[in-house]
Each structure stands twice: as structure tokens, then as C-alpha cells.
Design a protein around this ligand. Structure first.
Ligand SMILES: [Zn+2]
Length: 828
């Protein structure tokens, strides 16, 4: 299927304007297909000219242009030519469409808890033609009138407020102009909580089997929603323009959430069926704030073409953190940003796939999808913080507000956005945007207290002259000895205040994490960190230190053993839950498993287990901190007695008595150690026959050791076409968790031969994730890198999404090989 190119989109937008879209869906045709009839009205600036319609139906029943039939043979590769256009045109397409199982298009899922079916539309990035006929590009916006036939007893939700006009028949209010990619319909026996705020009807919805946790957690989610509406209304000076505001928690969702105007979809693991850590509630609140920011930035004003996707995401990412800190209880939001988001973005900068924040070519839609990463989100947001440091917050907000008003219900570009920033600030931003937005790479920042010099080193591959606004702080014991602001404009900056400050044991460049840079720690600081990190009173500075340590491991400048040592000493004393969760995940999931040689991994896991036990012992029973500690103990412990007790629901930590998600963590650990078998896992699943329970069971089965168990999991992963996107993730995520390299090694060549062909039935969005999870990252050997290089060298075999996953995973593998070479004298 050809991907829409930028030049095709430009030509089509020059030629036509879509004036209205009518979509009528019949979701009452059984579990496999649905009916879709679309009426498109559009004008043409050059009567007589031709354009094309996007349509990917299961069956095309009829198609007319201005009343004249067009035969089904005219549909080629998802396109139909529309020739001889009039000034005013009407296209009517009657089709049967297929539901998806990979989270793209109109996805249909069955809840095993009660057998109920749920449908939701996720049309980002280019799946709209699998649901209705359209001109699928972001700058051909039109108002939508959607009607839906659904089984009786279902509820229908969408971008416009829904009314049931007779049993099973729903009409949705005509919308403001929308881009195709954020049109949605959600339907099924969803459970709902409804209320209103400031004249805006609000709804929260989830599967019926999640009704109890949805109702229990609704007050917190609604409080955040209300606070964000108030905050954004005050900040932007433009009212929320899309009528009702529904937040729908849907099954098997690929992303975290999607900003469909008036009807945001979230992955429904965000409705916590068991105990929730503060970090998880923070992340959900941040996601709520992020999607709401998109109502203005992305939905009211949309990027003209996908190359400005960063403008949507950077802005929403930045606004979400800012708003959580300013308007909710999560005042620690920027610390979370350091460990949850910036570490992700720094990792993206280290791979060969790194790219500038803005100005990528994005020659077609699928190419644009590949830039949808830690650069577009985390770096973009950090760049906006630097922009604000550069031009001032008042100018930034004034510029944003003017941009939103000027381009309301239309589209904008980077040049438009910068124009508003320049007018509001009176500054020329040409040089600034070249260095920060149009050049890839991140600088290394270091501070030498003795000489008072701050150095900034741009990467050789991406030279740039980025000005940084940051601070440097020094700590000795529990005391902050100094904190000095620095504007780093050249490769070296003399900072008299730093030189004059009293000496400190630990010096933290970028301590407030204002800028985007790799922080290089001096050798005295590195030596002091294992004992000293826990004493630092500022959680933001601690987060920056953790990020610097993990980055250092990846860059082979910090010995992974130093990170494990620091973890054992500092982690149990940590009180910021984002730091606890994200750092433990990075240390357990990456530093230990890939950077340490195999014979040291068990010892390092024991350090994590001991730290988790220590934190659990000193935490208030039932607290969210105790929950995090228990989870990491369940994941890392080698204590068979403890694990068997917990799996059997004996002697559980307070608050985890009926927590099935916690039980699956324990069972997964037991499975990886070969201490349970497939029958035991099946027995636990019978106890928890839900979507989450089935995924827990699949992950645990995939984790079982031995050639036979691995063969089963691999076969399910690579050949069973009935598996949903989430089931594939569970299989791939569990597969590499055992330690027997002799067995795992055999699957290295099979990964490269058997995972890429999944593209025949798994969509790009879903497969990118599967290909990352299934990559043989545990087999840190030269042969794995060679196999990966060979796969990347073969032309025309890999889809763009799979290629991107392999490029990134290969780069991480090589980081581990380099580190082992530098720090492990016995490494192969
Ligand atoms: Zn977003």
C-alpha cells in the first residue's frame, strides 16, 4: 500500500477543500466486519482536474462521484482516481470494512471477563481509509456528522456528543472541522461516570468489567481534568472548542493515549485494577494533561504536514509537566520528566536514527511515523523550556495564544509558530532554531569547580552552537553548598561565581534540569556518588545524577558496577517515587541484564532484591512506596520460599492481598527460574480470567526456560495470526527473560528471519513495538551484532517500522558490547 507523499498532499490541498463529511457505520454485523457509508462534499479550484480518494475496504459495494458510478476495479492500492471534478462535488462510498486486532483502524476486542465486545477507532497516523472513505491528510479538515448502528445495550461515543435516537441507533453532533487522523468512534457496553465542569459535559468510560476501579478512581481523574481546563483557559485565553469531553479507557491500545477531539482514548491499564503507585497516578494525570493540551495544540491548530508532528508533541509534553506542577498535587512533575522522559530521549539521541526535533523531510506518512520518538517528545519539550529561558515566559504564552487564535480550526507550521514567538519577544530566533530545532544531537556539559569553567561539547557528527541556560549545584553531605546560574554560550564558559563557591563533594551540572545535555560528572563526584547521592536534599538534583550515571553506562564512561553499588546504597533511602520506579526499572531491566557479564548478573540482582527488601521494611505498610518496593522484590528476588508464598497468596505485604497484577509479577519470576510449569501458570490464569490475566499468563509461559517452552512461545509469536497486538507484546516481552544463553542463542538468527515477515498481518505501529521487545538484547555477543548488521544491510526486506526498531536495538546492543569491552576484562 503506497504511503501518501508530501508532494501528493500538497497538490491535493491546493486543488480541493472538503466542506463536509457524513459517516454512517453499522457495527451490528458480527465480530469480523462492519458497514461504512461515507458522503463527502468537497469543492475543486480547477474544475475538470483529477485527484484521488483514500479507501481501504474489505469490500466495496458502490462508489459514485456526482451521481456517476465508479467501478470497483478503479480501486488500486487503496486509492481511487476521481477525474473530471466539478466546482462542487459529492462522493458516496458504501463499503464493508474489517475490524483490526492490532490497535490500528477500528479495533475490536473481546473481554474474557464477561464475553463483551468493545470497539474503538484509532486512525492515527493513516488508518482512516480502513474505516471510511476520505482524503487522508492533516490539512484537509472538515466537520463530521457521524451516525452509528450498534447492538442494543451498547453505548456509542465519538467526537461529537452522542444521542440514541432509537434502540441501537445513534447520532453524533456535527463537529467543528477535524483532521481525518483524530476522528474516532468508541462503542460497546462501556461503563461510564458522567459529570460537568464550567459548562463542559465530562465523561469517563471503561469496559464494564472495570466499572468498580473506574468509579473508585474517577474523582481523582476528574479533579485533574477540571484543574487542567481551568489552567489552559487562563493560559491560552481560548476556550475549549469541541463540546463534550470524554475520556475512554480502551483495550489493547498501542499508545498511551490519543487526542481525538472531544473523545480521548487511553490504554485501559491506566484504570488500575489493583494497587497503584503514586508514580502511576502521576503518569496518568500527566497523560490527561497532555491530551488536553492537544485540544488546543494539535486539534484546534494542526500541523500542516507530518514533519511538524514534533510541534504537537513537544508542546503537549511540555504543557503537561508544567500544568501538573502548577495546577495539581503532582508538584514533583519535573523530576518525573527527568527520569521518565528525558532518559528516553537521551537514549534516542545516542542511536544512528537520531534526527533534528524539527525540519525532518517526512517525505511520506510512514516516514513521519519513524520520527515519533523520544526526540519529538522529550527533547522537543526540553527545547521549549530553553526557548522560554531565552525569550521569557510572558512572550512565549502571548505568542502561543496569538498562534492559536490566528490558526483556529486550521493548520500551522514551524515557521508560523516561530513567527509568533519572534513577534511576541522582539527577538530574531533564526540562529536559535537552527541550533536547537534543526540540528540533531545533544551536547556534553561538564563543570570544573576549581577552575570555574563550564564546558559544552557538541557531538562531532552534528556540530551546532547551542546556547544553554542551566545551573550548577554543589552538595556536601546533606547541605547544598552552592547553586549558580550559568548561561553557556560557547564551548567554555568562565563562571566566577562557581570558582568562588566553597568546595563541594558532589558537583551536579544542570542540577535543575533546565537544559538538554549529557551531564558528565567529574571524577571526585563519581567517587563520592555511591555514598553521597542519598543525602542530597534536592530530588531534582538526585534525578539528574541518576540520569547521568545511566547515560554514562551507555556511553561506556561509567562502570555499570558503580551504578549497582550506588543503587544498593541510595535507592532504599529515596523518597521520590518516580525516581524509585524509573531508576529500578533501568537498573534491573537494562544495566544488569545487558551491561554486566552473565556471571555477575545474579549478584547484582541480589543487590536490587536486598535494596527492595530494605525499602519494604522501612515503608509504612500499605503505602505506595511499600507497593513499589514489593514489586521490585517480586521481580528480583531469588528467594523461592518467599516467591511461592506470594504466588499462593500467603504472607503478602499489606494491600496486595487480592492484587492479581502483583501475583503475575511473582509468577513471572518463578517461571523465568523454571520453578513453575505451564499447568501452574494455567491454574493462576483460571483464577484471573481477564484480559490482563491472559497477558500475564502468556508472558509467564514465554519466560519458561528450556528448548521446548521457548519453541512454543516463538511459534505463537511468529506464526499465530489470531494473536492481538498485546498478546504479541506479552510473548515477546517474556521470551528473553531466562538466563540460559545456550538455548537463547539459537533464536538470534530466527529473530532476523521470522519477526520482520509479521508485517504481512501486523500493522506498523504495533509491529515496531513487537520487534523491539523480541530483539535478542540479552545475547550480548559479537555474533548478534553481526546478524543485526547483515539484516540491516539487506535491501527491501525490512519495513520502515521494523528497520527502525532493529537500528535502535542494535545500537543499544553495541553500547553494551563497548561497555563490556572497556570494563570487563573477561568479556568475550
Ligand atoms: Zn501527544
Amino acid at each position: 500500500m503506497p504511503s501518501l507523499t508530501r508532494s501528493e498532499a500538497t497538490r491535493r490541498a491546493t486543488l480541493i477543500d472538503v466542506t463536509s463529511m457524513e459517516v454512517d457505520l453499522d457495527l451490528d454485523q458480527g465480530p469480523d466486519t462492519f458497514g461504512s457509508t461515507t458522503t463527502i462534499r468537497f469543492t475543486c479550484r480547477e474544475p475538470g482536474a483529477a485527484t484521488f480518494l483514500d479507501l481501504r475496504p474489505h469490500e466495496l459495494a458502490s462508489l459514485t462521484l456526482n451521481g456517476e458510478p465508479i467501478g470497483p476495479e478503479e480501486l488500486v492500492d487503496g486509492r481511487v482516481e476521481l477525474a473530471g471534478l466539478a466546482a462542487d462535488n459529492t462522493v458516496v462510498a458504501a463499503t464493508t470494512m474489517r475490524y483490526s486486532r492490532d490497535g490500528q483502524g477500528l479495533h475490536r476486542a473481546v473481554d474474557p471477563a464477561d464475553g463483551e465486545h468493545y470497539v474503538y477507532g484509532h486512525l492515527f497516523l493513516d488508518a482512516a481509509p480502513t474505516v471510511f472513505a476520505c482524503f487522508d491528510q492533516p490539512d484537509l479538515k472538515a466537520p463530521y456528522a457521524v451516525s452509528v448502528t450498534a447492538p442494543e445495550g451498547w453505548q456509542v461515543l465519538g467526537n461529537g456528543g452522542a444521542t440514541q435516537v432509537r434502540p441501537g441507533r445513534w447520532e453524533l453532533a456535527r463537529t467543528q472541522p477535524l483532521a481525518t487522523y483524530f476522528v474516532t468512534v468508541c462503542a460497546g457496553p462501556y461503563a461510564s461516570v458522567r459529570t460537568e465542569h464550567d459548562g463542559i459535559p465530562l465523561g469517563l468510560h471503561a469496559r464494564a468489567s472495570l466499572r468498580e476501579p473506574l468509579e473508585r478512581q474517577a474523582p481523582q481523574m476528574l479533579e485533574v481534568t477540571r484543574a487542567c481546563f481551568d489552567h489552559y483557559h487562563g493560559l491560552f485565553g481560548v476556550r475549549y472548542p469541541f463540546g463534550e469531553y470524554h475520556q475512554v479507557f480502551v483495550p489493547e491500545f498501542n499508545a498511551g493515549a490519543m487526542e481525538n477531539p472531544g473523545c480521548v482514548t487511553f490504554r485501559d491499564t491506566m484504570v488500575f485494577r489493583g494497587a497503584a503507585a503514586r508514580d502511576e497516578v502521576l503518569t496518568r494525570s500527566n497523560t490527561i494533561a497532555h491530551e488536553m493540551a492537544h485540544m488546543w495544540f494539535g486539534d484546534l491548530v494542526t500541523m500542516r504536514w507530518w514533519d511538524d508532528l514534533w510541534l504537537n508533541e513537544s508542546f503537549a509534553e511540555y504543557m503537561a509537566h508544567r500544568t501538573c506542577v502548577a495546577a495539581t498535587e503532582f508538584t514533583e512533575g519535573w523530576v518525573d520528566s527527568t527520569v521518565a522522559r528525558k532518559m528516553w530521549g537521551y537514549a534516542a539521541e545516542r542511536t544512528p536514527s537520531t534526527h533534528p526535533v524539527a525540519g525532518g523531510a517526512a517525505l511520506d506518512t510512514q516516514a513521519a511515523l519513524q520520527d515519533f520518538d523520544g526526540i519529538s517528545y522529550a527533547k522537543g519539550a526540553a527545547t521549549l523550556r530553553q526557548l522560554i529561558a531565552h525569550i521569557g515566559d510572558d512572550a512565549f504564552i502571548e505568542g502561543v495564544s496569538a498562534y492559536l487564535r490566528e490558526h483556529a480550526f486550521g493548520n500551522g507550521t514551524l515557521a508560523d509558530f516561530l513567527g509568533f514567538m519572534e513577534r511576541a519577544s522582539g527577538l530574531d530566533l533564526g540562529g536559535w532554531s537552527r541550533a536547537w530545532l534543526l540540528t540533531a544531537g545533544l551536547d556534553v556539559i561538564a563543570a570544573d569547580q576549581e577552575s570555574g569553567v563550564v564546558t559544552r561539547r557538541a557531538p562531532a557528527a552534528h556540530p551546532a552552537d547551542r546556547p544553554h541556560t542551566l545551573d550548577v549545584a554543589g552538595f556536601t553531605g546533606r547541605r547544598e553548598v552552592f547553586r549558580v546560574p550559568v548561561t553557556a554560550l560557547g564551548d567554555t564558559t568562565d563562571c566566577a561565581e562557581l570558582k568562588a563557591a566553597p568546595p563541594a563533594h558532589i558537583v551536579v551540572p544542570n542540577a535543575s534540569d533546565l537544559t538538554w545535555a549529557t551531564v558528565a560528572l567529574d571524577s571526585d563526584t563519581l567517587a563520592a556518588v555511591p555514598r553521597g547521592l542519598a543525602d542530597i536534599p534536592d530530588p531534582q538534583a538526585r534525578a539528574v545524577l541518576w540520569a547521568a550515571l545511566v547515560d554514562g553506562v551507555c556511553l561506556a564512561t561509567v562502570d555499570p558496577r558503580l551504578v549497582v553499588e550506588t543503587f544498593g546504597a541510595a535507592w532504599p533511602a529515596e523518597d521520590n517515587e518516580s525516581v524509585l520506579n524509573r531508576v529500578a526499572t533501568a537498573v534491573l531491566g537494562r544495566v544488569i541484564q545487558t551491561f554486566l557479564p552473565p556471571d555477575e548478573q545474579d549478584g547484582a540482582k541480589a543487590v536490587v532484591a536486598k535494596a527492595a527488601q530494605e525499602l519494604l521494611s522501612r515503608s509504612v505498610p500499605g503505602s505506595t512506596t511499600a507497593l513499589l518496593a514489593a514489586r521490585f522484590l517480586a521481580r528480583s528476588s531469588a528467594d523461592e520460599g518467599l516467591l511461592r508464598d506470594w504466588a499462593g497468596r500467603q504472607h503478602l505485604p499489606a494491600g496486595l492481598e487480592g492484587d492479581s497484577d502483583f501475583r503475575w509479577l511473582v509468577v513471572r519470576n518463578l517461571a523465568g527460574r523454571g520453578l513453575v510449569d505451564a499447568e501452574d501458570i494455567e491454574a493462576v490464569r483460571r483464577d484471573d480470567d481477564t484480559l490482563a490475566g491472559r497477558l500475564g499468563a502468556l508472558g509467564a509461559r514465554a519466560a519458561l526456560p528450556g528448548a521446548e517452552a521457548k519453541e512454543w512461545a516463538w511459534h505463537e509469536l511468529t506464526t499465530n495470526r489470531e494473536r492481538s497486538n498485546y498478546e504479541l507484546n506479552a510473548l515477546a516481552g517474556g521470551f528473553w527473560s531466562e538466563d540460559d544463553l545456550d538455548v537463547l542463542r539459537g533464536f538470534v538468527p530466527r529473530y532476523f528471519a521470522e519477526v520482520p515477515p509479521l508485517s504481512a498481518w501486523v500493522g506498523a505501529d504495533a509491529l515496531g513495538r513487537v520487534a523491539t521487545l523480541a530483539f535478542p538484547a540479552r545475547v550480548v555477543e559479537r555474533a548478534t551484532a553481526d546478524a543485526s548488521a547483515a539484516a540491516l544491510a539487506a535491501d527491501g526486506v525490512l519495513t520502515p517500522a521494523v528497520r527502525r526498531s532493529i537500528v535502535d536495538a542494535d545500537s543499544e546492543l553495541r553500547e553494551a558490547l563497548r561497555s563490556r569491552q572497556r570494563f570487563d576484562v573477561t568479556a568475550a
